[in-house]
Design a protein around this ligand. Structure first.
Ligand SMILES: Cc1cc2nc3c(=O)[nH]c(=O)nc-3n(C[C@H](O)[C@H](O)[C@H](O)COP(=O)(O)O)c2cc1C
Length: 481
């Protein structure tokens, strides 16, 4: 099912009995975030707060991504990989490289059903300032109230590609906020291109309350050359309805709220502290200031928020969705790759486990370096490579592979002075730190200096013969009902 907007999705949840409408009065100051976290940890469905102290004209929504079940519900399938596989099958047979494919997509699809479509907006301009928005304070020592689940819309000034990105935004006063876009992310890449052109006033819009697929896309590491509206259209199976603001940016026509303005690239101020997805406070650091010019709202607006912290919270389920949906794209780029597991507790920038079809010596290290050179996987601090017969989602199998294939001196690779997650407090000289790769594959003679030993395997004839006897033995302990 394609959801027109957030309200359509909430109606769908209501019909399924999966929306908890909360009548108790709550505060944006820590209470909504605390309840949201309690609900996510308990895998309860989304919460819609109808009475928010001091913000009577709003409803506040949280916990939309409450488990993998929520991802399956949003995409209407449990086979998330299938979505991108099906899309790629149209292009998969073409003998061109991934980058060529990415580049050719916009032109191939320009007229297609995935492209954004111009539609009249549902929102109207209104008199409001940033302090009248029910942004939440999520942890006691946060620097203030933050927009935690809004989409920052920017445009690449060279290519015209539309960027939609989820970044936290700290409200400073009625008209100013700080946008926390990290190096390498689309927002900061576009900012550096504006600066190269001598432009310091960068058009920006901050959008809240959209179809969850559009929000998911905004939090996803779509290759920078590819338009995020187009990618959202691919995932939805239908183009996103958009409308153009006076500052030239396209925003979703059915968004609940839109803040139009610009980022002053000459004005960087201290952002934070903020309790982040590592479960620690990130100390203050300098990020650029957004200045508000216009506000647009729908009638009876809904404001969507989240809280990050110790896993697994909403961002974890988005991360698992990204893992599944992007795997087929990654396989196109790195054909050796079989499967990947970015475990929730590995924080998506911490630990990644990858399996591959091993065909030649040194292949695992080659794969590590390819992964560290690929988009946001470059943030990964620890990469573990296993053979294709190891189920990367079964951590016991991964431990067994490490125990039986790794000589630490030979199979652990440490690279130093490389880009890591700037939020990671363990990084000695942020954002530069070290990374570790563990080659937990069976070794070729060239890698080990001797033949790999033979693994024990049962004699199939014996298995066949004793299985009926074993079934009898087992039935003693598991009598049939
Ligand atoms: C709840 C949530 C909060 C996030 N906050 C930030 C943030 O403050 N800064 C940042 O750079 N990325 C943040 N991210 C990650 C980005 O959304 C993610 O890297 C995404 O791919 C955007 O990157 P892009 O702008 O390059 O597309 C957040 C993600 C989620 C789900």
């Amino acid at each position: 099912m394609v959801f027109r907007d957030l309200r359509h999705y909430l109606d769908h949840l209501r019909r399924k009995g999966l929306l908890v409408e909360v009548d108790d009065e709550v505060s944006v100051d820590l209470e909504i975030a605390e309840l949201g976290r309690m609900a996510t940890y308990a895998h309860l469905p989304p919460l819609l707060f109808k009475r928010v102290r001091g913000f009577e004209e709003w409803k506040v929504l949280t916990n939309v991504f409450y488990s993998m079940d929520s991802m399956y519900d949003i995409f209407g399938t449990t086979d998330l990989e299938g979505i991108s596989k099906e899309f790629l099958s149209t292009f998969g047979e073409l003998p061109i490289t991934f980058l060529d494919k990415v580049k050719s997509l916009p032109s191939v699809l320009k007229l297609g059903r995935y492209s954004p479509r111009s539609k009249r907006p549902d929102f109207e301009e209104t008199e409001l300032d940033l302090e009248r928005i029910p942004a939440t304070k999520t942890w006691p020592k946060d620097a203030g109230r933050y927009m935690t689940f809004s989409i920052v819309v920017t445009k690449d000034p060279e290519t015209g590609v539309n960027n939609l990105s989820v970044y936290r935004i700290q409200i400073l006063n009625k008209n100013e906020a700080i946008i926390h876009w990290q190096a390498l992310k689309r927002g900061s890449l576009a900012a550096s291109k504006y600066l190269e052109k001598g432009i310091t006033r960068m058009p920006v819009a901050i959008v809240n309350g959209v179809d969850p697929v559009v929000l998911f896309t905004s939090a996803s590491p779509v290759p920078p050359g590819l338009d995020k509206y187009l990618f959202a259209g691919i995932l939805r199976g239908e183009g996103v309805d958009v409308t153009e603001l006076e500052n030239g940016l396209l925003v979703p026509s059915h968004a609940e709220s839109v803040l139009e303005g610009y980022v002053d690239l000459n004005d960087n101020r201290l952002e934070g502290p903020f309790g982040d997805h590592l479960g620690y406070y990130t100390p203050p650091d300098y990020y650029p200031v957004f200045r508000l010019e216009k506000v647009y709202l729908r009638e009876n607006p809904i404001y969507q928020v989240t809280s990050v912290g110790k896993p697994p919270l909403e961002d974890a389920w988005i991360g698992k969705g990204v893992e599944r949906i992007f795997l087929p794209f990654l396989r196109m780029l790195i054909p050796d790759l079989v499967d990947m597991n970015l475990p929730e507790y590995g924080l998506f920038t911490g630990i990644g486990i990858f399996s591959m079809r091993k065909r030649y010596p040194g292949q695992a290290r080659r794969l590590m370096m390819s992964l560290w050179g690929t988009g946001q996987l470059s943030f990964l601090k620890l990469i573990i490579i296993v053979d294709s017969d190891v189920n990367v989602h079964d951590l016991n199998q991964v431990l067994y592979a490490i125990s039986t294939t790794v000589d630490p001196k030979r199979d652990v690779m440490i690279v130093d002075q490389v880009l890591n997650d700037s939020l990671d407090h363990t990084v000695p000289n942020p954002p530069l730190g070290s990374k570790m790769g563990i080659d937990a594959t069976r070794k070729f003679k060239e890698e080990m200096g001797k033949e790999w030993p033979e693994e024990v395997r049962s004699d199939p004839e014996v298995v066949k013969k004793v299985t009926p006897i074993f079934e009898k033995i087992r039935s003693v302990f598991r009598p049939s009902a």
